[in-house]
Design a protein around this ligand. Structure first.
Ligand code: ATP
Length: 316
C-alpha cells in the first residue's frame, strides 16, 4: 500500500483583465497569479481494488464524481490504464481549509495535487509541462496550480510564464462564510454587461482610464517594487461582483480606509489586502474584525509562497 500527503496551496489574482469573449464560451484573459500558504491537505492511499473514493470534511464540497479531485484521478486512470491496473484504485481524503467558492482556486489546487500525487504513486515520471497539459483538461486554473509561485497567465489561463518569485509578503484575506460566487455567473454577467460589440470599445476606454496594464504589473514584479505592485492590482470581475454584493464592497472599502492596497481575488468574494509584515497584517485583521463586527466574516493572515503543491510525507 502506498500513501502520500500533499499540501495544496490557494492562489490570489494580483491582476485579472478580461481581454475578450471566445467562441468556445471561455474568455481570453491576462492574469498574474500568486500562490499563498493558505492550503488544503490531500491524502492519497492506494487501494487493493480499482475504485476511486473521495472523502472531504467540508459540507459544501461534493464527494462524488463531480469533485475536481475525483475528476483528476479518473483522468489519470483513463490516460494511464496500465499504471491504474498495476497500482489499483485510490482513496482521496481532502482536509479543507481553503474557503469554498471563494475565488481562491480551491478545487483547482486539489485537482493539481491529485495529478502530482498519482504521478509519483504510479511512478509515471511525467514532467510539469505534461501534468499542466492534463490539468488544462480539467480547468483553467489547474495548470498554474501544478507549479504555482508567481506567474503571468494568458489564453484562458493555460499559457503560463513564470515571473520572479516575490518576497514572502503578507496578505490579509476576508470572506463572508455564507457568501460564495459562481465563477460561471461572474464571467457570464461580465460578458453581458461589457463584451457586447459596442460595449467592448467603452470597456477599452474605461480600462485605459483605470490604467489596467498588465505590463505595469509585470514590470513592478520584475523590479520587486511592492508599492507599484499594490498600485497596479486590478480585477475586471469587481465590476460585476461588487455592485451585486454590497458586503464585499464594504469589506474592500474597510481595507482601503486602513491604507492597504486591496483587491477582490478571481471571481470573489474573497477580498485581500497586501501588508509589509506579519505584525501589520495581524493589526489590520483585528481592526477589520472590530470595524465590521460580523460573525459571518472570516479573516486570515497568509503569506506568498513560491510553490503550489508540496509533499511533506510519503509512506509505504
Ligand atoms: P476558482 O477560483 O478556480 O474559480 P473558486 O475558488 O471560486 O474557484 P472552488 O472552491 O474551487 O471555487 O469551488 C467552486 C465549486 O466547485 C464549489 O461550489 C464546489 O461545489 C465545486 N468543487 C468541486 N470540487 C471541489 C473541491 N475539490 N474543492 C472545492 N470545491 C469543489
Amino acid at each position: 500500500m502506498l500513501s502520500y500527503s500533499l499540501i495544496a496551496s490557494a492562489k490570489i489574482n494580483l491582476y485579472l483583465e478580461i481581454i475578450g469573449a471566445r467562441p468556445d464560451g471561455y474568455h481570453d484573459l491576462a492574469m498574474v497569479l500568486q500562490s499563498i500558504d493558505l492550503a488544503d491537505q490531500i491524502d492519497l492511499h492506494s487501494r487493493s481494488d480499482d475504485a476511486i473514493c473521495l472523502h472531504c470534511n467540508h459540507p459544501e464540497v461534493p464527494q462524488d464524481e463531480s469533485n475536481l479531485a475525483y475528476k483528476a484521478a479518473a483522468l489519470m486512470a483513463t490516460k494511464f490504464p496500465d499504471a491504474f491496473a498495476r497500482y489499483g484504485g485510490v482513496d482521496i481524503t481532502i482536509h479543507k481549509r481553503i474557503p469554498v467558492g471563494a475565488g481562491l482556486a480551491g478545487g483547482s489546487t486539489n485537482a493539481a495535487a491529485v495529478l502530482v500525487g498519482l504521478n509519483l504513486m504510479w511512478n509515471l515520471k511525467l514532467s510539469d509541462k505534461q501534468l499542466q497539459y492534463l490539468g488544462s483538461l480539467l480547468g483553467s486554473d489547474v495548470p498554474f496550480c501544478i507549479v504555482g509561485g508567481t506567474m503571468l497567465a494568458t489564453g484562458r489561463g493555460e499559457y503560463l510564464t513564470p515571473l520572479p518569485v516575490l518576497g514572502r509578503s503578507y496578505v490579509v484575506l476576508g470572506k463572508y462564510r455564507s457568501l460564495s460566487v459562481s465563477t460561471a455567473w461572474a464571467y457570464q454577467t461580465f460578458r453581458h454587461q461589457y463584451l457586447s460589440s459596442c460595449m467592448s470599445n467603452a470597456l477599452a476606454v474605461e480600462n485605459l482610464e483605470q490604467s489596467a496594464s498588465i505590463e505595469k504589473m509585470v514590470s513592478a514584479i520584475n523590479h520587486q517594487n511592492e508599492r507599484n505592485i499594490g498600485q497596479f492590482l486590478y480585477n475586471d470581475l469587481e465590476r460585476v461582483v461588487l455592485p451585486e454584493y454590497q458586503k464585499v464592497q464594504r469589506l474592500k472599502e474597510e481595507f482601503q480606509r486602513l491604507g492597504c492596497a486591496t483587491m477582490m481575488s478571481g471571481s470573489g468574494p474573497t477580498v485581500f489586502a497586501l501588508t509589509h509584515s506579519q505584525a501589520e497584517a495581524q493589526q489590520i485583521l483585528e481592526s477589520v474584525k472590530i470595524a465590521i463586527a460580523d460573525p459571518d466574516l472570516d479573516l486570515w493572515v497568509s503569506q506568498f509562497t513560491p510553490s503550489s503543491i508540496r509533499i511533506p510525507s510519503f509512506h509505504t
